[in-house]
Design a binder for this molecule. Structure first.
Ligand code: FPP
Length: 243
């Protein structure tokens, strides 16, 4: 039994479209309902003393969705940030982003930057929004930055290690996720935190994201606490205090 709560929870919030279809509603109604689930999960994480919550809010691939859906998602994000600022402050939540957020519409980017600035001194939960994020692209960006440093002489090839890569990823300074939750029953990682999830515990629920509640989060955390994390060692080695 792993007694501790996860320090970092990452979530692939899937199933908004199917949630809406089941009710004969447009896809955007599913995303709107998804925002309500985001709100309750953020509050629950803040209450549980979770250090980091990373939400896969918009992937780089999502730009290829129908234009009206992309526009609606950007509007929802903007509204969420503006409406939630007071709650984020009340709950001591710091907002961060990972991904190519410069791709976002300028007005949304402006809101995002101002919420990041307004919450930067908070030391409770760090809410990380993955926006225009691609796990593969994150690794490519890191490789490019490292190569630049090698070619300028700032870094020696033989000094490149796993730590070097970690320090050049968008998640620099953020611990690796302990728990990755995916809703809607799909068993894939969908280009999320590819490097960072090497030893993350996966938890998949059939529920669609808009139906994912604070109680479901507690269930996922309880399940996580039952897992034995071995990091490639044996069970006996772990019991003897390994890693
Ligand atoms: C996946 O469901 C969900 C998304 C691509 C977007 C997630 C966005 C939100 C929950 C709302 C905005 C976010 C924030 C942080 C305010 P899907 O559309 O792929 O569902 P489907 O697989 O059933 O079609």
């Amino acid at each position: 039994m792993n007694k501790t709560v996860p320090r970092h929870i990452a979530v692939i919030m899937d199933g908004n479209g199917r949630w809406a279809r089941e009710r004969g509603l447009p896809r955007i109604a599913g995303h709107r309902a998804g925002v309500a689930a985001v709100r309750s999960v953020v509050e629950e994480c803040a209450r549980h003393g979770i250090g980091y919550l990373t939400l896969f809010a918009f992937s780089r691939e999502n730009w290829q969705r129908p234009g009206d859906e992309v526009t609606a998602l950007m509007e929802l994000l903007d509204i969420f940030l503006k409406k939630e600022l007071a709650t984020l402050k009340k709950n001591n939540v710091r907002l961060k982003t990972i991904g190519h957020s410069d791709d976002l519409p300028p007005a949304v980017l402006k809101t995002l930057k101002s919420v990041e600035t307004d919450t930067r001194s908070h030391d409770g939960l760090t809410l990380v929004l993955a926006l225009s994020y691609s796990g593969k692209q994150d690794i490519v960006d890191a490789v490019r930055k490292i190569c630049e440093k090698i070619s300028s002489g700032e870094l020696a090839l033989e000094d490149v290690s796993e730590i070097t890569v970690e320090e050049h990823l968008a998640t620099k300074g953020i611990p690796e996720p302990d728990l990755l939750i995916r809703t809607s029953g799909e068993m894939r990682v969908s280009n999320f935190l590819l490097w960072q999830t090497a030893y993350t515990e996966f938890y998949v629920t059939d529920k669609f994201w808009p139906d994912f509640s604070a109680d479901d989060l507690k269930e996922a955390i309880d399940e996580f606490r039952k897992r034995e994390r071995r990091y490639g060692l044996t069970s006996d080695q772990m019991k003897a205090g390994g890693k």
